[in-house]
Design a protein around this ligand. Structure first.
Ligand SMILES: [Fe+2]
Length: 453
């Protein structure tokens, strides 16, 4: 039995829109694909596509059920403390170990840390969207690295990628040993077929593919683009809440893991591994997406950014943007500027001027961002490196100091930030790209002296 669903045949089963009472749920990509999901960040999920495929009471029985092979995938070291330990057990048609040697393949516009192509640069920089790629470009071929930090061989730091793709991965499957991938679609829904089952990520949703987990990307809506944060280090987790209490920000129950689905078709499939920055490939005569059942907590997730519970000031000033943190890891944060009310009295309401030890890459999923009147467009991005001074542009400042401070809802856009502890070094293609905006500094020109003692 092949439980793969064909996205070209219309809205896909299994169980579109179904939400069971067992803690599982579903999330519809607006107007597109819906799958059955299992809810809860960090949970010990379990799923079987065929009843009886998941062993009960042990992980590695003498004979795994239904003739399957048991295989553990560990995302953290075996002895990692229990609270941060991540692993899953997969019950698959063939073990991953059965493969011929990998060979080095080209990697197009994909780059990895250490980033030493261009001298680190304190300038504030902004880019237009990536140009459309040549026909036949799939998700992996369409990855384009802007820059990053750390060292992939030390499992420290991160990379900022964008992608534009116009072709589904058919018989190509990708796995990244170097880090987890936080995928932020900007246009076009991504259908991610993973070892753990399918996820449909539409713009406004994000998908998290854990380190080493294999997946392919189909494009049910055609040409697609977005952003990727590749986190080389400790996996992203939900931030502590402190005095906020037991609820708020991104709630664990809104993170959706897939349910098991397997591809048993026998056909040539190329498996691509990203390993220490390079791409390698091997060939199988079957798909590695052949997991019939699984359990564990090293699993992919889907999260809808519009479910983010925004916390803000109801008196004056506004909190530091860390209050918008969705997921955090040592040295890397993912922050969303979701629709929210501004009600601060006697308060400069846009993000304040600041200089910051952290480095901020911002992207825009839709609409506009409240600190920039123009030039920051969906699919584009800006980089404010360590201690680069920034803040609202001249036009936004003038409007904010003159505004009547009635309650105001900011709901005309969805922006996000990849924030990192270490400065970001650019790739040559980012520093010299034709889509780099020249003269970004001009947005802060004309912020004139108003001081009249
Ligand atoms: Fe900032």
């Amino acid at each position: 039995m092949d439980t793969r669903t064909d996205s070209t045949a219309g809205p896909a089963a299994p169980a579109a829109g179904a939400a069971a009472g067992d803690g599982s749920g579903s999330a519809a990509a607006p107007g597109a694909l819906a799958f059955r999901y299992s809810a809860g960040f960090g949970n010990q999920h379990s799923s079987e596509a065929v009843p009886g495929a998941l062993p009960v009471g042990r992980n590695s029985p003498q004979r795994a059920p239904l003739g399957l092979y048991a295989e553990q995938v560990s995302g953290t070291g075996f002895t990692e403390p229990r609270a941060s330990n991540r692993r899953s057990w997969l019950y698959r048609i063939r073990p991953s170990a059965a493969h011929p040697p990998y060979r080095r393949i080209g990697q197009g516009t994909l780059r990895a840390a250490p980033f030493d192509e261009a001298e680190p640069d304190p300038n504030r920089l902004r880019w237009n969207p990536l140009p459309e790629p040549p026909p036949g470009t799939d998700f992996v071929a369409g990855l384009w690295t802007l820059g990053g930090n750390g060292d992939v061989r030390r499992r420290e730091g991160m990379a900022i990628h964008l992608y534009r793709a116009n072709s589904s991965m058919r018989d190509r499957v990708f796995g990244d040993a170097d880090g987890e991938l936080l995928i932020v679609p900007e246009h076009g829904t991504l259908l991610l077929r993973t070892e753990f089952g399918p996820l449909a990520a539409a713009p406004g949703q994000v998908a998290l593919i854990p380190r080493g987990v294999r997946f392919l990307v189909e494009l049910p809506e055609g040409e697609s683009g977005g952003y990727v944060c590749e986190n080389y280090g400790t996996p992203l987790a939900l931030p502590e809440l402190g005095p906020i209490g037991a609820n708020g920000l991104a709630n664990p129950r809104d993170f959706l893991a897939p349910t098991a689905a397997y591809d048993e078709a026998e056909r040539p499939v190329e498996v691509i591994a990203k390993f220490c920055g390079g791409l390698w490939a091997t060939n199988l005569e079957h798909s590695p997406l052949d997991v019939v059942a699984w359990h564990g907590n090293h699993v992919p997730y889907l999260y809808d950014l519009r479910r983010f519970n925004v916390i803000g000031s109801i008196s004056y000033d506004h909190p530091d943007p860390s209050i918008f943190t969705v997921l955090t890891a040592p040295g890397v944060d993912f922050v969303v500027f979701a629709p929210r009310w501004l009600v601060g009295e006697d308060t400069f309401r846009p993000p304040y001027f600041h200089r910051n030890v952290m480095t901020e890459y911002m992207g825009l999923i839709e609409g506009a961002y409240d600190a920039k009147a123009e030039g920051f467009v969906p699919g584009g991005g800006s980089l404010h490196n360590m201690f680069s001074a920034h803040g609202p542009d001249r036009e936004t400042y003038a409007r904010a100091v003159a505004a009547e401070l009635a309650p105001h809802k900011v709901d005309d856009g969805l922006a996000f930030m990849f924030e990192t502890r270490w400065p970001v070094s650019l790739t040559a293609q980012a520093r010299n790209g034709s889509h780099l905006q020249r003269g970004y500094d001009r947005v802060w020109q004309g912020l004139e002296r108003n001081f009249r003692p």
